[in-house]
Design a protein around this ligand. Structure first.
Ligand code: NAP
Length: 287
């Protein structure tokens, strides 16, 4: 039995079906079972990583855990790992490409890298078998533009020239499923990227190609973007400056290095951003 945390999220949601197809029993964790629709066959359980004591019932009979970390610090990670250790043997952690090798957690320049590096450190010293996934930018971040694309032909945003290695959530999930179900992934730290570097401006054009209508990028200043994000109720205020600082850093830093780890682990090359846009065309389409 495998416990999938973040089962309602981009990546966890894609882990469920491939596990079920392999005939594996799956328990899907969410804080709100009444609100989410999960694949038939998954056993749905209410759980909250902020409440490690409450995880005991989620972990009963579980052998391995797909663990995503929704917090901006390591918070309850030690208690969560202790709870897992009472039941399961293996954890596959969804970390972040912001984590740098050879750098102590508190020396990481950005908060995302700092918190994920600390979470990884705690997992490594837990005594559990582990595999760490360090994904590059999720293609799914482009869904932040869905309202604008449904409403018109322009996407307004900051830092249009930032290059990103956009990664399909299904590829992250495929690597997670391999690590959860196959031998040979113990103590592996997989740096995952999409197959190409694309600026945000290029991403918008590609979504337009997938939708069959031209789309264009409109550059906003950082201050304009900051005001818009703070006004957006669906975007957490606490993440606004983290995001904008991250873009500013990416603009000055060397472009991300592409890896072929998705293909090495799964046998299939990472999906292109164009494929991702086709897979999500409905979410960008006017109804
Ligand atoms: N976006 C990127 O470009 C990027 C890049 C690298 C790494 N990452 C990392 O990927 C992770 C996000 O993964 P995702 O995109 O698959 O998630 P997501 O789609 O943003 O969904 C968030 C998930 O977190 C769960 N969650 C929130 N609070 C929780 C809590 N207290 N206890 C248990 N579950 C909780 C939600 O579950 P319920 O609401 O159903 O409980 C939901 O499934 C983060 O750790 C992020 O740092 C993101």
């Amino acid at each position: 039995m495998i416990l999938v945390t973040g089962a309602s999220g981009n990546v966890g949601g894609q882990v469920l079906a491939p596990l079920l197809e392999r005939g594996i029993r799956v328990r899907a964790m969410t804080r709100t079972p009444e609100l989410v629709r999960l694949p038939e066959g998954a056993e749905v359980v209410r759980g909250d990583l902020a409440d490690p004591e409450g995880l005991e019932k989620c972990l009963d009979g579980v052998d391995a855990v797909f663990l995503m970390w929704p917090f901006h610090d390591a918070g309850p990670m030690t208690a969560v790992l202790e709870a897992i250790d009472r039941h399961a043997r293996r954890v596959v952690l969804l970390s972040s490409g912001a984590v740098q090798d050879g750098l102590a957690p508190d020396r990481h320049p950005d908060p995302v890298g700092r918190s994920h590096a600390e979470v990884e450190r705690l997992l490594r010293r837990s005594g559990l078998a582990w595999t760490v996934l360090r994904p590059s930018t999720f293609a799914a971040n482009a869904l932040w533009w869905a309202d604008q694309i449904r409403a018109g032909d322009t996407v307004a945003g900051p830092y249009g020239a930032v290059p990103m290695a956009m990664l399909h959530e299904a590829d992250i999930a495929a690597v997670a499923v391999a690590a959860l179900t196959e031998d040979g992934h113990d103590r592996a730290c997989y740096r995952l990227t999409g197959p190409e570097l694309l600026t945000q401006t290029e991403q918008v054009h590609i979504i337009g190609q997938a939708l069959g209508r031209p789309l264009r990028w409109q550059e906003l200043s950082r201050e304009q973007a900051r005001r818009r994000l703070l006004d957006d109720e669906s975007f957490p205020d606490s993440f606004v400056d983290v995001l904008l600082d991250g873009y500013a850093t990416m603009l000055d830093a060397p472009a991300p290095t592409l890896t072929r780890t998705v293909e090495t682990v799964t046998g299939t090359p990472a999906r292109t951003f164009h494929q991702w846009a086709l897979d999500h065309a409905e979410q960008f389409s006017r109804r």
